[in-house]
Design a protein around this ligand. Structure first.
Ligand code: 15L
Length: 268
């Protein structure tokens, strides 16, 4: 397979490049800025995802896409609109036109961040975005559903939890993923023969998880790592973590409390 990796210069993109070395015939690594340190089997395609024509050129000869290219935290709407909303639409349109049949979409836990920490949620739960950023991930999941149902472009949506090197807060103990576990899920998304449009959570095997990740296990996911092995690091980091009541009530944490503009209400 020839694979296009968008967001290849980002924190996760960089780790995936190393973990996927040699796995696919070609890994076309794309980001808004050029990538110079190319490994064997990699080629660079510098591309602003908001530029439809450039995205179409990036898709040429591609069998599968790992779409991580996006702003990865909250910004004003204009920036989210171009990078995440227009950018994701352009990726799907280019895939449809090129006959590219498989996409792994890097969604986020922030698409469902306003679910309370007291509930365990699965892949069928209502969307409850906690930011404009989270809203853009809901959009991406909806684009994936449209393109699967109408055009046969298949997607594994991975609601990525926290992909830091080690969990640095108590919150992260619920939703941390190691890079190699995330890479395993992405490989399932690209290679599993029977995916049309699915949602899974990108987390390791964490006993404190707020997610029922049975849909990932059904697809063959066998996480090798666990946030449980990093409790001391998380406790140390927690001393500087955001501790307000809204953050502590909801899964999205500080993404929920940012701009929260009403008296604290019980979670619905
Ligand atoms: C995300 O979606 C962000 O991209 C990342 O920066 C982290 O904040 C992560 O979620 C998280 O929730 O910890």
């Amino acid at each position: 397979m020839n694979i296009l990796l968008t967001g290849a210069a980002g924190h996760i993109g960089g780790k995936l490049r190393r973990l996927f070395a040699g796995r696919y015939a070609k890994l076309r690594v794309s980001d808004i800025a050029p990538i110079a340190d190319l490994a064997p089997g990699e080629e660079n395609f510098t591309c602003d995802l908001a530029d439809k024509n450039a995205v179409e050129r990036a898709m040429d000869g591609i069998d599968g896409v790992i779409h991580l290219g996006a702003l990865s935290v909250e910004y004003d709407f204009e920036r989210i609109l171009q990078a995440n909303i227009v950018g994701t639409y352009n990726v799907y349109e280019a895939a449809r036109k090129a006959g590219t049949k498989r996409i792994v979409f890097g969604s986020s836990n922030h698409a469902v961040g306003f679910h309370p920490r007291s509930t365990k949620i699965d892949h069928r739960v209502d969307i409850r975005p906690d930011t404009r950023y989270g809203l853009s991930k809901c959009w991406g999941e909806a684009v994936a559903a449209l393109y699967a149902d109408k055009y046969g472009v298949e997607t594994l949506n991975i609601r990525i939890g926290n992909a830091a090197d080690v969990p640095q807060t108590l919150r992260a103990l619920a939703l941390w993923t190691s890079a190699r576990d995330l890479a395993q899920l992405i490989a399932i998304g690209l290679e599993h023969p029977d995916i049309r449009c699915e949602i899974v959570y990108g987390i390791s095997r964490n006993s404190r998880a707020w997610y029922d990740n049975s849909n990932a296990y059904r697809l063959g996911y066998k996480p090798q790592d666990s946030a449980d092995d990093h409790v001391a690091a998380a406790e140390a980091g927690e001393k500087t973590a955001v501790q307000d009541a809204v953050s502590l009530l909801y899964q999205g944490g500080p993404f929920c409390s940012a701009e929260y503009a009403q008296p604290l209400r019980p979670a619905r």
